[in-house]
Ligand binder design. Structure first.
Ligand code: 3EB
Length: 335
């Protein structure tokens, strides 16, 4: 046990062209501040969110090759020995309403996965232009959730495996709804957070259809385990805490992640994860003026040097100012 992680995810200063020219083990290269409609290669995933702070980084996913790439309907994919990355960018000017577009993205994603050797999505990232536009049930995030629930062929009451997820707002002028994922041949181990109501059980006040995701999943492959952490905000129970207080929201988000990782240890019985150098962390920030305060708060509360980047993005509730997600390796705990 304790082998190399199956997915090696890192932030790098070397530009995307370098990684894309290295065929053997590169599954994906995420480039920030670029329209998803401008993907140059199936492994190239431009993300509309701007990176805040310097130096400019790309996110690189590496795994065991050979890596096969292709297109399937409007989805582009890269398939390694044991893991697949796929991404979809739908031009909202062509695909209709947010609900219709979300449904279409998830229909494509599911029909792709059904015929793939790696059928199980472990984590799905959703970047939604103008996520908070519209009021009440017309809000684009709620409409996105409706479309996702229209497409997803499961009854959360049955407690099927659900992927972890992140849903963040991209700039309102961006035309693409973007969905990308990591999938494997077996489902991940779902982890819910004891401090939070499961998202699929959120009460009606948050929208007509609940978001469908687990708080985290554990990927188990080749004797190593990795924790895929969903977008985690200052939500306790189902309520937003620390309205208008970005530093306190970040602290609460970190407590939520800590509690999630402890629950992962409880479920596996022998493996634990922490925010250390064996992982990476994304910090989403609604207002770029909060960058310095967020950075100081994170440095004070997560002193281990976890590689991190800061991205400008809106959070799915108007009163949330920041959110974090990440991928961390689990270690065997000696008893
Ligand atoms: C929350 O706790 C914050 O709709 O896929 C986090 C992660 C959030 C994923 C999603 C939403 C989603 O409810 C929002």
């Amino acid at each position: 046990m304790g082998e190399q992680p199956s997915l090696r995810a890192s932030y790098r200063e070397t530009p995307s062209e370098y990684w894309l020219s290295r065929g053997e083990d590169v599954l994906a290269v995420f480039e920030f501040g670029r329209s998803p409609l401008e993907s140059a290669d199936p492994r190239h995933v431009p993300v509309a969110l701007e990176q805040l702070g310097t130096p400019a980084m790309v996110e690189v996913w590496q795994c065991e090759g050979p890596i096969k790439t292709g297109n399937w309907d409007r989805l582009r994919f890269a398939q390694g020995e044991q893991l697949t990355m796929g991404h979809i960018a739908l031009d909202l000017r062509e695909t209709g309403t947010m609900r219709e577009s979300s449904r279409m993205a998830y229909d494509i994603l599911q029909t792709y996965l059904q015929q793939s050797p790696h059928q199980w999505p472990l984590k799905i990232w959703n970047y939604i232009p103008g996520i908070n536009l519209g009021s009440g049930d017309d809000e684009l995030y709620r409409q996105f959730c409706l479309g996702r629930a229209d497409a997803v062929l499961i009854d959360p009451g049955d407690r099927p495996p659900l992927p972890a997820a992140t849903a963040i707002g991209s700039p309102p002028g961006e035309h693409a709804l973007q969905v990308y994922f990591l999938a494997a041949a077996l489902p991940g181990l779902d982890v819910e957070n004891p401090r939070q109501v499961s998202a699929w059980r959120y009460p009606r006040q948050y929208g007509p259809r609940s978001p469908l995701f687990s708080r985290g999943t554990i990927l188990r492959l080749n004797g190593s385990q990795q924790f895929l952490i969903s977008g985690t905000a200052s939500v306790v129970g189902h309520q937003t805490h620390h309205e208008n207080q970005v530093a306190n929201q970040l602290s609460e988000s970190l407590r939520n992640v800590q509690s999630l990782l402890e629950e992962g240890f409880r479920l596996t019985g022998d493996s634990y994860a922490r925010l250390d150098d064996q992982g990476l962390l994304k910090v989403y920030i609604r207002n770029r003026d909060d960058l310095d305060l967020i950075r100081q708060t994170l440095e004070a509360e997560a002193p281990a040097q976890i590689p991190r980047i800061y991205l400008e993005g809106d959070i799915c509730r108007e009163n949330l100012l920041t959110e974090i997600d990440g991928i961390v390796s689990m270690r065997q705990k000696k008893s």
